[in-house]
Design a binder for this molecule. Sequence first.
Ligand code: FAD
Length: 386
Amino acid sequence: MQFSPEDEEFRGRLRDWLAANVPPELRGAGGPGREHEAFAERLAWNRRLAAAGWTCLGWPAEHGGHDESLARQVIFHEEYARSDAPALVTVVGEELLGPTLIAFGTPEQKRRFLPPIAAVEELWCQGYSEPGAGSDLASVSTTAVPVGEEWVITGQKVWTSLAHVADWCFVLARTTPGSRRSAGLSYLLVPMRQAGITVRPITQLTGTSEFNEVFFDGARTPIGNIVGEPGDGWRIAMATLEFERGVAMLGKQVGFRRELGDLAAAARRTGAAADPLLRDRLARAWIGLEVMRAYALDTLGEQADEGLANKGAEASVLKVLWSRWHRDLGELAMDVHGAASMVDSDDAWQRLFLFSRADTIYGGSDEIQRNIIATRALRLPRPARP
Ligand SMILES: Cc1cc2nc3c(=O)[nH]c(=O)nc-3n(C[C@H](O)[C@H](O)[C@H](O)COP(=O)(O)OP(=O)(O)OC[C@H]3O[C@@H](n4cnc5c(N)ncnc54)[C@H](O)[C@@H]3O)c2cc1C
């Protein structure tokens, strides 16, 4: 991917704006395992960012976006991470649902749902996983039945990130009674703040609750809040996952660069840098990051040329690369800091270590990504279902 002189000018403008506007007290807030930090302040910051025109850069202008090229979206993520600005609260809406609606939504849905995401007026969560449906997502058993002008939804979702602060949830539900597996599922847009929905936080390893159980007990949504046709939800849901595993990771890997830089600085400060094994692992981490960035820019660039979102095996390769890299970084951070990090539960490195255990699970586990790579890239036969 090449950056033109105009792109570099864009970078300069953004860098100046961030330097002048990131609130000093929010620098670095809300990183991995620290989603709970200063949520209201980060929401207000995210709205300021939107008002200044720095959200949803790649979306069409008619839907609240800015029609910016992929190169400029990359620049945004790079500069955002470099500025140490706080973690964004809009990721699910901006990077998962938004692109899905742009690709598959009706004109009315785009008009209704996209501008409030771009303005950070409505937050979203992702209602896929259930107690009996994780990797095997096609086992979803939450049902939705049409009653008059509404869908009535009954069932349970689990591990739903940020459901406790979300205004809306995109829910994968079974709308064809008696259907099996991926047939008969639909993709519904459901308001969270209603009597039929109960959200129960789950305490994570970090001691905080970034995700939740969500119970649907006769929850309702208007009949028009379905993306695609009834029964076509699987196709739409898979497209959302490809967005999740693809472009959305750009922001992550730039944040990783900052974490690695901070860790190298800590290794210099604590003397850990003198340990040849730790030096070796730090250097390997740097190489891994370069590989990840090159692969991301290469595959995203190609797909942008083809007018496609990141897709299929490439998205899975990227997911495996970044998730394992970040999990290893968590372990390295603990080794660089030694015993102190183990006992101080407020330690940011300890939180990173604990939360990074989740990286190889959410958005589809590493084993599932390898199955996708084996099937799509290597054309191996599909694995037998246990
Ligand atoms: C921090 C975090 C946030 C999350 N946020 C959300 C969210 O917002 N919304 C949402 O819907 N979900 C969310 N999830 C859920 C996530 O998508 C699931 O945890 C994930 O898909 C795995 O499903 P599972 O937990 O049911 O594990 P299982 O599917 O039970 O898997 C258990 C183990 O078996 C392995 N395995 C399973 N099937 C196979 C197979 N066919 N071949 C080889 N190995 C296999 C898996 O890789 C895993 O190691 C989140 C999870 C985490 C950890």
